[in-house]
Write a protein that binds this ligand. Structure first.
Ligand SMILES: C[S@@+](CC[C@H](N)C(=O)[O-])C[C@H]1O[C@@H](n2cnc3c(N)ncnc32)[C@H](O)[C@@H]1O
Length: 223
């Protein structure tokens, strides 16, 4: 199977990795532990923090500004801060205990959930859901069900923004390019678009925002 290689959360176009089919997906619990070990990187001033312009684009499609959910929120609050300023009431979920602990310290008034998005039952409907550089860590076999779950929990007119590996075919890779074991997967763009359509979502924007790296931002809206 041909996959794309993930480097610091970015899919690289020119490197192709052959994976053994026997290699199991790294579980979200272990992905969370790996992030526990590198949380300090998100606090370093030189750490590249992306996604704000894309979120500004996404909120333009919003019809209602009620509840928003940040999936894989991490500890940096630039996206949540932006959503709050736009009038959303935001909550966050992350599988990394340390990321959530830091996020809670910074925003004691915000609701944070320490949970795996694969297992977590979303407690309500949302007007806006973001999964920036996070849901691509979900095991390949569970990516479709997670995307369906997020779409199902959008209100009519609700907006979903997320990033994914921009290949046509599905693929997954596990390596230690971040200095800790890490796992990334993609269902591929055609499959992702089909799932969005089946869930009653219209794709409003698809952007290779770090081209030639295969880092793709998707904005979709529930009909
Ligand atoms: C690259 S960081 C991005 C953090 C944040 N979205 C940002 O842009 O600053 C990925 C985050 O996704 C979280 N994550 C990975 N898999 C997850 C899962 N299955 N459920 C919830 N969070 C997950 C990680 O713990 C980590 O905090």
């Amino acid at each position: 199977m041909t996959c794309c290689r993930s480097v610091c959360g970015v899919m690289q176009r020119n490197s192709q990795v052959r994976l053994l089919l026997v290699m199991p997906s790294m579980t979200p619990t272990y992905v969370g532990r790996s992030y526990d070990a590198i949380t300090q990187r998100w606090e370093a001033p030189q750490h590249p923090l992306t996604g704000l312009p894309q979120h500004q684009r996404a909120t333009q499609f919003s019809r209602s500004r009620g509840h928003a959910l940040d999936v894989g929120c991490g500890c940096d609050d630039r996206l949540m801060e932006y959503l709050r300023a736009q009038g959303f009431e935001v909550e966050g979920i992350d599988v990394s205990e340390r990321m959530i602990a830091l996020a809670r310290q910074r925003h004691p008034d915000t609701r944070f959930h320490h949970a795996d998005i694969c297992r977590w039952e979303l407690p309500r409907q949302y007007d806006f859901i973001t999964g920036w550089d996070s849901i691509w860590h979900v095991p390949l076999a569970e990516q479709e069900s997670v995307l369906r779950k997020l779409c199902d929990r959008l209100n009519s007119g609700g907006v979903l923004i997320f990033t994914m590996g921009g290949t046509d075919q599905p693929g997954e890779v596990q390596d230690d390019h971040m200095g800790v074991p890490m796992y990334t997967a993609t269902m591929g763009i055609p499959k992702m678009l089909a799932v969005l359509a089946e869930c009653g979502c219209v794709s409003r924007h698809l952007e290779y925002d770090q081209y030639p790296q295969l880092h793709v931002c998707v904005i979709a809206q529930k009909a």
